[in-house]
Each structure stands twice: as structure tokens, then as C-alpha cells.
Design a protein around this ligand. Structure first.
Ligand SMILES: Nc1ncnc2c1ncn2[C@@H]1O[C@H](COP(=O)(O)OP(=O)(O)OP(=O)(O)O)[C@@H](O)[C@H]1O
Ligand SMILES: [Mg+2]
Length: 298
């Protein structure tokens, strides 16, 4: 049965992406329902991260550091976003006729994302983490969290001048929130350590913490469990489940226990296409999926 439009967070239709001769995506399509935890699984190299890259407008030339807008550039980015939304999307219908078929089409809530930069896409209320985590290497863990919020009043010069009290209050609230997140992720003890000194698992936790600071409506998580110990991994998943009240979670994960225990729906990708979708029960009994991915012993 077709989903009602306002129940849908994200639609990606017929996405194609080639790297030279490598066909990473060959017509992948997903419809992600709001306030659910949806997983994307599939063998290594099947195109999962590439699909996230297309959805978040993460183009070949984008650099993960670009994603972390500093305060000075943020206002420009936001103005740029408004301009690009106006010029590209106002007056457009939902028809796909004006979208090249070989590229496909991405829509987040009622906003067409095709052609946005990664910066612009991030300001629409969609946030992602990366399989290889990045951070500000010379800032402390706490400072890394504090540069994350997207809509602080302190961005514009005029605001700084007129709204000093409000800015101080927001900074205070952000610091309290950052301290709570550090405590929850059990990384308070590394609060003053700088980014470049962190272990792989600590970087994953910091990436998740940065994302929790911004309260996005759509969260794309690329293997958030990799390198994190299983006990903490389960605790993180419990916290991610709590986020479903306000956010939609789209998760790439190789840990099948996590995927089958926590997902509302699972998409299975193989060779750049979605080969199956369904509830965990439907997927674990799907013959094609067992043959292509889960294996006969599953
Ligand atoms: N920047 C790139 N340049 C060239 N080829 C790429 C690039 N990014 C991905 N690919 C290729 O596209 C295909 C899909 O890669 P992708 O990273 O999306 O797979 P994945 O499903 O995320 O795999 P994994 O589970 O190992 O993370 C692979 O064949 C990969 O080698
Ligand atoms: Mg990947």
C-alpha cells in the first residue's frame, strides 16, 4: 500500500552513480517512513555508503571538513540555502520529468534535494555520520561538540551585538547539553583531549555526540557500531531508538543482531540495487536475501 505523503521522511528514486567503469548504484530506490528506524544492509561494496552520499548531496569534490561549518560561514551558507531553494525549487511540481533519469531523484520531506551542496543539505534538517569519522583535530572533545549546533543565535554579527544575553544563555544550554551527551556516551574523561589523539571507537562516539547536539529530523548513520565495544554499542542503539520520537533514523550496519533487533524495516542492497525490503521477520525468511547476503547458515 502506498504511504501517505506526510508519513514519508525521505524518497530516493532510481539513483544511478558510476565511478569511471564501476557501477556503484544502478537504479536504487528507497522510501523511508518518518519516526522509524530503517536499516540498509548488504555486502561490502554493494553501494550503501554511495547511496548515503547521494542522499546527503555528498559530491565527489566534497571534503568532510567542509561539512562542519564554522560560525562565520554558517550565515552565508544559510543565505545560500535560501537562495538555492528559491531559485531551484519554488514553482516546481513533483513531476520527475525535469530530473535527468540517469541521476535519479532525492526528496526530503517536501524539499527536492537534487543539486544542493552538502552544506545546504545539512541545513535542511538532515544530518549524517561517516564510515570514516572526522572531527576538528586541534579542538578538544567538548569544543568539538560545541561547534556542532547549526542554528545558534551567535552566528551573525548583528545578533552578537544586540542579543548578548540570549547568546550567553544559549551557550550555557549548549554546554549543559554537551556535558550530558559526554556523560551518556561515557566519554567525560576525554572531555579535554584533542580530536587527533582519539582512538577509532572514541571518534565514532564523538561523531554521534556531535549529531545529538543538533537534533536533526533525519539521521543517516553509516556503521555507528564499528569499533565500539558491544555493551556500549547496545546502549547507543537504545539511545538511538529514543530519538525516533522526533527523528527518522536511516542506518547502515553490518551487525545483524543490531539490525534485526532494532529495525522497523530493512532494505537489502546488492550490486547497486535494492533487492528486498520488509520487516525483520520478512527479511530473515526471504530466500533471495539469504542466498545473496545472509548465507545458508543464517
Ligand atoms: N570515490 C570512489 N571512487 C571510485 N570508486 C568508488 C568510490 N566510492 C565507492 N566506490 C566504489 O563503489 C562501489 C560501492 O561502494 P560503497 O562504498 O558504496 O559500498 P558499501 O556498500 O558502503 O560497502 P562497505 O559495506 O564495505 O562499506 C564499490 O565498488 C566501491 O569500490
Ligand atoms: Mg560503506
Amino acid at each position: 500500500m502506498a504511504k501517505a505523503q506526510n508519513d514519508v521522511s525521505l524518497t530516493a528514486k532510481n539513483i544511478h552513480k558510476y565511478f569511471g567503469g564501476v557501477k556503484a548504484l544502478e537504479g536504487a530506490s528507497v522510501v523511508v517512513s518518518k519516526n522509524k528506524l530503517i536499516s540498509l544492509i548488504g555486502p561490502n561494496g554493494s553501494g550503501k555508503t554511495t547511496l548515503f552520499n547521494v542522499i546527503s548531496c555528498w559530491l565527489d569534490k566534497s571534503h568532510p571538513d567542509d561539512f562542519i561549518a564554522d560560525k562565520a560561514s554558517e550565515e552565508k551558507v544559510r543565505r545560500g540555502l535560501l537562495r538555492s531553494i528559491k531559485s531551484r525549487f519554488i514553482g516546481k511540481t513533483e513531476s520527475e520529468e525535469d530530473t535527468p533519469k540517469e541521476v535519479g531523484h532525492v526528496k526530503f520531506e517536501d524539499l527536492h534535494l537534487d543539486g544542493l551542496s552538502a552544506h545546504e543539505a545539512a541545513l535542511t534538517g538532515m544530518m549524517r555520520t561517516f564510515q570514516t569519522t572526522r572531527n576538528w583535530p586541534k579542538l578538544t572533545v567538548l569544543e568539538n561538540l560545541l561547534v556542532a549546533p547549526q542554528y545558534q543565535t551567535g552566528e551573525s554579527f548583528l545578533n552578537i551585538f544586540f542579543k548578548r544575553k540570549q547568546i550567553a544563555e544559549e551557550e550555557h544550554q549548549n554546554t549543559l547539553r554537551a556535558l550530558e551527551i559526554l556523560d551518556f556516551l561515557e566519554i567525560t574523561h576525554i572531555r579535554d583531549q584533542i580530536g587527533e589523539e582519539l582512538s577509532g571507537g572514541q571518534l565514532k562516539l564523538l561523531a554521534l555526540g556531535r549529531l545529538l547536539m543538533t537534533a536533526p529530523r533525519l539521521i543517516l548513520l553509516d556503521e555507528p557500531m564499528a569499533g565500539v565495544n558491544p555493551t556500549l554499542g547496545n546502549k547507543i542503539m537504545d539511545k538511538i531508538l529514543e530519538l525516533k520520537v522526533d527523528s527518522t533514523i536511516f542506518l547502515i550496519e553490518h551487525n545483524m543482531d543490531v539490525v534485526f533487533n532494532y529495525s522497523d524495516e530493512i532494505f537489502v542492497m546488492a550490486r547497486g540495487k535494492i533487492i528486498a525490503q520488509g520487516t525483520p521477520t520478512e527479511i530473515e525468511t526471504n530466500k533471495e536475501v539469504i542466498e545473496a547476503y545472509l548465507g545458508a547458515d543464517y
